[in-house]
Design a protein around this ligand. Structure first.
Ligand SMILES: Cc1ncc(COP(=O)(O)O)c(C=O)c1O
Length: 410
């Protein structure tokens, strides 16, 4: 039995009867750019995240770019972010002629290390060239500690753009309210900073049939600006108030995403259940450190498992072994941004951001999609036991044979 990293065909089979008529309606209308479906999706995503405003755009990358444009990031400005992310996070900063400042990650959450961020701000705050914006990335589907980060941002006068591309639906428990989340006991990813950005790339928990993205905000002025900027800055046809770009979400994507949004929470619960199953299977197989470390969910954080990422000894050889067994896996991300060729001019060197560099050499994403079966997960763990068994103490490897009692088969 093959175990792909992601099986979107299985998902499509389940939703086909609901999604096809919606696509046909758009085809019949022959209205493809913005329009009713986009407006409705914007309202639905805003409600889902608990913010007043959401603006549909052409991709997650554009969502980030437009967020920085709305904050009027200028050439030469410094923007703080993590080097352990998809390239888009850094790329949009550079697209505007601004300079990314990379702060190392926390080795457990893979998100910005906030104590390092605090040190950086203490040492560099108050200067003429000190950063204006910080972009936390909620990597793999777990939020950065936004309560702590917002405290720092407010103290140092930083605007905050959340890269929530992988984290739609992730949450953090808190006791007090902030901005869009008035009175909330939980903050949603994207809804805490000045602006939050999402991607509807097909592999995301809410993925379109192509590219798409969304910016959310509690600030009506920023929302107004993003609406202009995504449409060449035009306030009415051929009258341009600002210099924007063409980044409109199209009606077909919005129609698909509106159908899929009905399933999102169920799918996320499916991913979370699969994460628990892996934990039980690895425990049963007695496969753990130093060979394999499983992702840890932080207390008070609702992880949506866009990816289930382990750290693995001899990661690349393990990946080869899994491939031979027809098990898909992926490395997110093998080269941190500060060591990318295109960022040589920033002057970073190997060893500068050691946690990101170590993670780049050890992380491996395993299949976690909601339709994954218990048997497939058992196959993944068995293959891994097989790989590590010869190196373990005699008698210790134990390939899982049956479902632990609390796990339902199927
Ligand atoms: C962390 C992160 N930021 C930004 C993006 C960019 O999103 P998109 O691919 O929709 O442009 C992605 C998506 O791959 C991502 O994972």
């Amino acid at each position: 039995m093959k175990v792909p990293l992601l099986d979107l065909k299985k998902q499509y089979k389940k939703i086909r009867s609901r999604v096809t008529p919606e696509i046909e309606k758009v085809l019949e209308s022959q209205l493809f750019i913005l329009g009713r479906n986009v407006e409705e999706l914007e309202k639905e995503i805003a409600a889902f995240c608990g913010v007043p405003q959401a603006i549909g755009v052409a991709s997650g990358t554009d969502a980030l770019l437009l967020a920085l444009m709305a904050l009027e990031v200028q050439p030469g400005d410094r923007v703080i972010t993590t080097p352990f992310t998809f390239f888009a996070t850094g790329g949009v900063i550079s697209r505007l002629g601004a300079l990314p400042v990379f702060i190392d990650i926390d080795p457990v959450t893979y998100n910005l290390d906030l104590s390092r961020l605090e040190d950086y701000l203490r040492e560099n705050g108050g200067r003429a060239d000190s950063p204006r914006v910080v972009m936390p990335v909620h990597l793999y589907g777990q939020m950065t500690d936004m309560k702590a980060l917002m405290g720092m941002a407010q103290k140092h006068g930083l605007r905050v753009v959340e890269d929530g591309a992988q984290a739609l639906g992730a949450r953090q428990k808190v006791g007090s309210s902030i901005r869009g989340n008035k009175g909330a006991q939980e903050w949603s990813a994207g809804a805490v900073g000045d602006l939050g950005c999402f991607s509807f790339f097909p592999t995301k928990n809410l993925g379109g049939f192509g590219d798409g993205g969304m910016v959310i905000t509690g600030d009506p002025e920023l929302a107004r600006k993003i609406r202009l900027l995504r449409n060449h800055g035009a306030h009415t046809k051929y009258a341009h108030r600002m210099i924007g770009i063409n980044s409109r979400l199209d009606a077909l994507q919005a129609a698909v995403l509106r159908v899929k949004l009905n399933y999102l929470e169920r799918w996320t619960e499916g991913r979370r259940k699969n994460a628990d199953r892996y934990r039980a299977l690895f425990r049963e197989a007695k496969l753990g450190p130093p060979f394999v470390s499983l992702p840890r969910e932080q207390k008070g954080f609702y992880h949506i498992y866009n990816q289930f990422v382990i750290r693995a000894q001899r990661r690349d050889a393990l990946r080869e072994h899994l491939l031979k067994k027809e098990i898909g896996s992926e490395i997110y991300y093998p080269i941190p941004l500060h060591l990318q060729e295109c960022y040589r001019f920033l002057g970073y060197h190997p060893g500068d951001l050691p946690e990101s560099e170590r993670a780049a050499g050890e992380v491996l994403a395993l299949p976690i999609y909601p339709e994954l079966t218990w048997q497939q997960q058992r196959q993944v763990v068995r293959a891994m036991v097989e790989f590590y068994a010869p190196r373990r103490a005699p008698g210790s490897p134990a390939a899982p044979r049956r479902a632990p009692r609390f796990i339902k088969e199927g």
